[in-house]
Design a protein around this ligand. Sequence first.
Ligand code: HEC
Length: 510
Amino acid sequence: MMRTPLLTVAALLCVAFGYAPALHAQPTWSGSVASIIYSKCGSCHVDGGIAPFSLTSYESAAAMSSSIQFSIGRGTMPPWPPRDAENRLAHSRALSAQELATIEAWILADKPRGDVSAEPPPPRSLRSTQLPEPPQYSTRIPTYTSTATTRDVYQYFVVPTSFPTDRYVRAFEVMPGNPEIVHHALIFVDTTGEARARDAQSPEPGFPGFGGDAGDLISVWAPGSPPVVLPSNFGLRLPAGADLVIQIHYPAGTAGRVDSTRLNLLFADAGPVREVYISPMLNHVAPSLITRPFVLPANEVTTMRNSFTVPFGTYSILSVAPHMHLIGKSIRAVAVTPQGDSTTLIDIPEWNFHWQGSYLYKRPVVMRSGTTLHGTAVYDNTGHNPHNPSSPPITVRLGEATTDEMFLIYFMYTTYRLGDETLDLEALTSPTSVQEHQEISQFVATPNPTSTSFTFDGKGAPAYLCDVLGRIVRSMPAADGPQTVDVTGLPSGMYLLLSGNRRCSVSVSQ
Ligand code: HEC
């Protein structure tokens, strides 16, 4: 009972001290604000981005400052649907409390510019490729004029690849032809020729369809997401002669406007490829679906559940993409090990169909056999849901139409290899990153087993100690010479020590 007020005071003090430097040091545009705006807003508020104005200079941000203050204060900007308490997702657009306070203090202080020569470079236009290397394959959908007057249009376009052999794709980039009208894109691979046949039957470029079967989904793109880039020896198989099928969403009101969206690819390096797979391990059919049958009664809020247990092997999960339609309200997935440890894989408290995307993990999430994935989706099929396509609400079932629903959580994964837990997937998207192939070597931790601490020889690279789930439990900055790691308080078990290209397992017994 006595502790609560003390804790509150302590928390308030932390908050006060946390914010104090930002307030006292008087943030300037060049000192701190520009880099926040460029990194958290620059993927949309940029030439070729979806937002209606750019925030790529001091002048543009200063001119919009009261509107910025209002929308960041209300939390409507920047759009970033996931809640990510475990800080696993790469390229987060969420503003930290500190960043929010810095921007607000800057606006309150009447937007001081600071040292102009110290300003960071503005984000690049999205009209040229963001891939770290020039694309090895680039294709465009046929020129298409939107027909979306009062209803949204979803149009599939078929792009034959005609590669004579299988190719392994390690990077995808969607470049909207007309960023103002392309609201999201799903990319499928079709080896059956069915999509091509349907296209031939419809007079216009492509053919309409909302949620249909256009092959295997391989990528999901929403405005503001960077291209998907995997390590250079990773690849998703594109079978010889397969068609790429791109479904594009054109919102109501875009009729008469023209698009020709481009898809750029990079392929895995020659040599052994680590094959990457995408599958909706959590889905809306038995045995995954637990809440059966899939029926969402009118005027009710319904919770659906599904699950999947990893049957054998160990996998490195690279990204996650949840998918529902319009009455979806929230969606969540957690992984629980046989020992009961849980990891949140995705948590979207306010689902918005128009901001669906795929989320890359900063580092692969390692999943061993026996781990169970649990999915939960809530659907609001009442008249209070502004996105409900039926008024009055009608009973909704599983299906492909806008008025039907789905419950799918896709995962991109590969079979696990030692060291995957420290792969920096986020850095690969940055054009300056260099991916090095290194031979893995063992190194020595002493004593091992240990109950208190162990020592290893640091060789100028940061080191990490990971648990069996791939979670980093200790991280050590780069140092040369002997380094000691305290393991008190860690549960007994096997851990992996990684540093540069060196690995070793450490056994902790308390
Ligand atoms: C994922 C894309 C995206 C990101 C990132 C983003 N915006 Fe926006 N922003 C938009 C779009 C699109 C609009 C147009 C209004 C709409 O459709 O909601 C908009 C509109 C705005 C507006 C006009 C008022 C309003 O709320 O509609 C302001 C101000 C704004 N953004 C500020 C910001 C700031 C500041 C950031 C970064 C902290 C940011 N935005 C990040 C897409 C984005």
